[in-house]
Design a protein around this ligand. Structure first.
Ligand SMILES: C[S@@+](CC[C@H](N)C(=O)[O-])C[C@H]1O[C@@H](n2cnc3c(N)ncnc32)[C@H](O)[C@@H]1O
Length: 303
């Protein structure tokens, strides 16, 4: 959704923009070209290799020297304040990148056999395999229902617990097969692979993705509150905030946080309906099909 991102984020020469999820630097390079010369780009990513790749790409394509922060966007406010940076725009393109999905050894894909890892930040201790080995059956069912919104969560959890008594569940192929078996004949009717939701649930849990998103939205709300009181924050008055979510849990969190801030007069020009990728984009990048972009400006500028 690069055209939509640029339109809503509207980066101008000399501005300071935060890309909270640098990934492979596609959006970051577009932004860099717009804010050069004299602009500042701050890149966050949990994945050290992605952050390094994006930093090099921005440098090569825009001539800017971005500030790279290897860590979670959950601490964006603290990180910017400690550097005395005030941003004119913030982009968060949530979830994981295609290259992470394609690396079998990262364990994100049920299409590629690999270890059940699923960590975005490989320096953290908890892997998906650990959750599958240690959670109780009700906790596993709860995790798959809450983060995967899978109505077959109980059946899948029962299957996992029965199987792990026989042998440890350590590979993506093993887990995908178990979920398919738990679905039974209904697996054939499913529109997407039956393991899609279980993999999503585990990834969200391993990386505390919804916790990080809530923290990011809280940071935006806190700074918007400060601006409303006339004090400076890490975002400037009128800063554009653009968030792209890839499943309903993310989109709901963004929608509710934006609505809460708008009700309190701290946000304006909020998109009521999310923007979605065009059919042409979905054809060339099928992973984009579930993307929903929401945007708003900080501060009630009309008063
Ligand atoms: C969808 S990709 C971003 C793709 C990027 N916009 C591009 O154009 O290439 C999401 C990226 O966000 C990173 N990520 C996910 N959660 C994060 C978090 N809490 N803090 C920082 N980075 C995060 C992932 O490691 C991944 O590289």
């Amino acid at each position: 959704m690069s055209a939509e991102v640029l339109q809503q984020l509207d980066p101008q020469p000399g501005e300071t923009i935060v890309d909270a999820t640098a990934g492979r630097g596609g959006h970051a390079a577009d932004i860099g070209r717009r804010i050069a010369p004299g602009g500042r780009l701050i890149l966050f990513d949990l994945d050290a290799a992605n952050l390094a790749y994006a930093t090099d790409r921005v440098r090569a394509e825009s001539g800017l020297e971005p500030i790279g922060i290897e860590g979670s966007f959950a601490s964006v406010g603290r990180e910017l304040k400690s550097r005395d940076i005030v941003a004119d725009g913030l982009l968060a393109d949530l979830g994981f990148s295609s290259n992470q999905l394609e690396q079998a050894e990262r364990g994100f894909s049920f299409m590629r056999d690999g270890p059940l890892d699923m960590r975005l930040d490989s320096s953290t201790p908890l892997k998906a395999e650990d959750l599958l080995a240690t959670l109780s059956e009700p906790d596993l069912a709860d995790l798959i229902r809450r983060f995967g919104e899978d109505p077959s969560a109980k059946r899948i959890a029962r299957k996992i617990v029965a199987q792990r008594a026989e042998e440890p569940i350590q590979t993506t192929a093993q887990l995908a097969r178990l979920v398919r078996e738990a679905y039974g004949p209904r697996a054939r009717e499913a529109r997407v692979h039956p393991a899609t939701r279980t993999f999503q649930a585990l990834r969200i849990a391993v990386n505390d993705e919804l916790g990080a998103l809530d923290a990011l939205l809280d940071e935006v709300e806190r700074t918007a509150k400060q601006l409303a009181k006339g004090s400076p924050g890490w975002l400037s008055l009128g800063a554009r905030v653009v968030v792209i979510g890839f499943h309903s849990l993310e989109d709901r969190a963004v929608k509710q946080a934006f609505a809460r801030m708008a009700d309190q007069g701290m946000l304006q020009d909020r998109s009521r309906k999310p923007l979605k990728p065009t059919r042409t984009e979905i054809r060339s990048n099928p992973r984009a099909r579930s993307a929903k972009l929401r945007c708003a400006k900080v501060g009630n500028l009309v008063q």
